[in-house]
Structures are given as C-alpha cells and as structure tokens.
Design a protein around this ligand. Sequence first.
Ligand code: ARG
Length: 284
Amino acid sequence: MTSVLSRPSERTERTASRRHYLMCRPEHFCVEYAINPWMHPGVPVDRGRALAQWEGLRQTYLGLGHRVDLLDPVPGLPDMVYAANGATVVDGVVLGARFRHRERAAEAGAHRRWFRAAGFTRVVEPEFVNEGEGDLLVVGPPRDTVVLAGTGFRTDRRAHAEAAAVLGRPVVSLELVDPCFYHLDTAIAVLDDVTIAWLPEAFAPASQAVLRERFPGALVADPADAAVLGLNAVSDGRHVVLPAPATRLAAALAERGFTPVPVEMSELLKGGGGPKCCTLEVRA
Ligand code: ARG
C-alpha cells in the first residue's frame, strides 16, 4: 500500500553533523587569467563585494555550529579563495593537490604547509594532477566512504588510483564532458551519506549509468540551477548551503526534508566558483 505519507521524502528527518572547514579570504581575488569558461578577464570584479560575500559564507557556517579554520591568502594567487582545490582529507590523511594550470601551482604547497603546521602527520605530495575536493568528493558513512573522482578537464585519471592508495578508500571514476562543469563539485552535490544532487548531462553516458546505479534516490538538478553553479553546495546532512539564484534546487531540497541555506556568491562566480569551491572539509 502506498500513500503520500509513506513517500520517503516527506518522512525523512535529516540530521546535521558538526563539520570542520578550511577557508581562505579572497584578499587577492581578481580575474586576470581565464582557465575555465566562467572567467572573463575584462569583466570588473568588486573585491570588497567578494570579501563581504565570502564573510557571509563563513558566518553562515559558524551560525550552523561548524568550525572554520583559515588559510593565509598569498599575493599573486587570486584563485586561492577556492580552498576546496588544495587537498582532500579523509580520516586525518591529507592527499595534497597538484594543479593543472601553472597559475595555481603554488597553492598546493601553501595547503600542505598549513596541514603540517596544524599537526597532520600524513601529508602527501601527489605525483599526478588532482585538484582536491574540486574533483574528489567523499561520500558515505565514516567507515564506509568512497571517493567519487572526476576527470576530463582537470584531475588526471591516474590520480584516481593514487587517491585510492593514499586515502585507503575505493574510488569511483567519473568522466566530465561539459567545460562549464569542469570540476566534479560543479556537477554533483553530496547531500548526505547516500544522497547526491547532480546534473546528468555533465557526465559521459557510462558515468551517468554508474551514478544512477549507485544513487537511485539522487536528486536531478534543473539545468538552469546548474548554470548558476547551484550544485556547488555544501551540506552537513541537513542544511545545504547553496548559491541563492538556484531557487528550483532549493525548493527540491526542501521537499526532500533538507533545509536550504541560500548564500549570495555573485562575485566569486566570476572566477567559476561557488560555496563549495570556497570550502575544504577537514575530516580529521
Ligand atoms: N578559477 C578557479 C579554477 O578555474 C575556480 C575553482 C573552482 N573550484 C572548485 N572547487 N570547483 O581553477
């Protein structure tokens, strides 16, 4: 017997867990090179506004009870605000990043130094290009996590095996096909241990099949929401911090029992990033 009330969406009580994030103030943020289709060096960027929006994001996390640590911004590294790209941390093991573009190369060392100074003893400098949590998304319950790993634009496919070896977790390789969704975290949002939101057309057919099988309850994003980087969202299991213009996605999340928390990120979108790009999760 099925009734409206037995639909899991209405019955699910979502539980938040306290998170630990690393962020980097956009003190030197600008768009003076273009390494993704969102970046247009001629378009002016209001750094004051970027700083205010970033501070709004930080305050949002603090208000939700999360811990936020800060990485010192480095002059000459305007994309450093996208802290998600600097590492992937699982169970206290830090897989460092190696950037595809030389403009961002020096960010990797700054991240590794931060983690070492913070007392992490296993900090690995990788051999192959991986852009941290931009392309490596950790999903699942603590003892049973897998890493969803993107490739196609930034992270080298060979880095997937390297991530599996360093992090000691199974890795699921996924191929991105649309340059607007050049990092996995622009095409998938991890909402809880078993639920994702995603944009199917951002993936090659074989990868779509893999995701459909693994996440039967996935929320499919409206392309209009993905086009404002709506999937670049950060969830604590209950609250989902997402770009304010992604209104359809926010409504769909609410219908599933999540609490959407919209944030304004228009200036940082000019560099091709949203809330998730600005947020590295530290899983100690
Ligand atoms: N301008 C940066 C780049 O192209 C944006 C990075 C966005 N970060 C992310 N996690 N998707 O590398």
